[in-house]
Design a protein around this ligand. Structure first.
Ligand SMILES: *[C@@H]1O[C@H](CO)[C@@H](O)[C@H](O)[C@H]1NC(C)=O
Ligand SMILES: *[C@@H]1O[C@H](CO)[C@@H](O)[C@H](O)[C@H]1NC(C)=O
Ligand SMILES: *[C@@H]1O[C@H](CO)[C@@H](O)[C@H](O)[C@H]1NC(C)=O
Ligand SMILES: *[C@@H]1O[C@H](CO)[C@@H](O)[C@H](O)[C@H]1NC(C)=O
Length: 229
């Protein structure tokens, strides 16, 4: 549930126009992608154990200035899970927003977060657990993509809409164009993922490089798929 306090908190962050000063160093880390999945598109391509009718967080991925993902350390850090368990509200948020679609198993769900840190998050050391996880869910919560799209009269009922309308709706919320990813199925480009660029502190939204927007897999018209009967 979104409390007024949450909104105010984010509003304060967004309007405070903190100067964006992430120095790029030898690792190449420059900013993050907040990657969110629309299950009914994503699961056309990937075998899923479940669908949920909301956007779920895939991950918060460190990328280079040129919008390439960076490999994490691939080191196992089981102690991270312990630190997450200590924060009940964070834990509940992770369970809601950062859902693995490939499993119903609670242990595997938890491993998914750790796995995401291991292969993506750990490529940078600027935003570390448990803060890394907290920011990931806070950003996801703030973008509130389904509601953001619904407000622009874009409905997940199998209808198709111009890509520019998806962009405009999300830009209204974040200030910048998202990068939209689709799966081509049944003669339609169907929405699969929404990628939003976030600064190196995982605090503010920033514009993605143009190549990330221009290179997206969705075409001019995007279908917003729903459950297949
Ligand atoms: C999830 O949704 C997709 C697309 O509608 C469908 O192909 C898939 O079978 C669904 N999976 C489950 C487990 O319901
Ligand atoms: C990560 O480590 C696992 C073993 O813990 C190994 O099987 C896998 O190949 C490694 N992946 C990368 C990308 O290095
Ligand atoms: C570069 O940044 C990464 C991630 O923030 C950090 O792990 C690494 O120590 C930094 N390296 C240098 C040379 O500053
Ligand atoms: C989807 O919902 C919109 C708004 O309620 C409606 O105009 C449209 O006809 C619906 N499309 C389908 C395929 O049901």
């Amino acid at each position: 549930m979104k409390t007024r306090a949450t909104y105010l908190f984010f509003y304060a962050l967004l309007v405070s126009s903190i100067t964006y000063s992430a120095a790029q160093n030898s690792s190449g880390f420059h900013h993050f992608w907040l990657v969110q999945v629309w299950p009914y598109g994503y699961c056309l391509e990937v075998r899923c154990a479940r669908n949920v009718s909301r956007f779920v967080l895939h991950g918060l991925w460190p990328v280079t200035f040129k919008e390439r993902t960076l490999p994490g350390t691939n080191r196992s850090q089981p102690e991270i899970l312990e630190s997450l368990k200590k924060d009940k509200s964070l834990w509940n948020n992770l369970m809601y927003y950062w859902l693995s679609l490939s499993t119903w198993d609670k242990d595997k769900l938890q491993n998914f977060w750790i796995y995401q840190w291991k292969i993506h998050g750990s490529a940078q050391q600027q935003v570390v657990p448990p803060y890394y996880f907290r920011r990931a869910v806070q950003l996801t919560r703030y973008t509130d993509l389904l509601d953001t799209l619904n407000r622009a009269d874009i409905h997940a009922n199998g209808s198709s809409y111009p890509k520019v309308e998806f962009r405009k709706a999300i830009k209204t919320k974040t200030g910048y164009d998202p990068s939209l990813s689709c799966v081509f199925e049944g003669g339609h480009f169907q929405l699969k993922e929404v990628i939003i660029c976030v600064d190196a502190e995982a605090t503010n939204f920033i514009p993605c490089q143009r190549n990330k927007i221009n290179g997206e897999s969705c075409r001019d018209t995007i279908m917003f798929p729903t459950r297949t009967k």
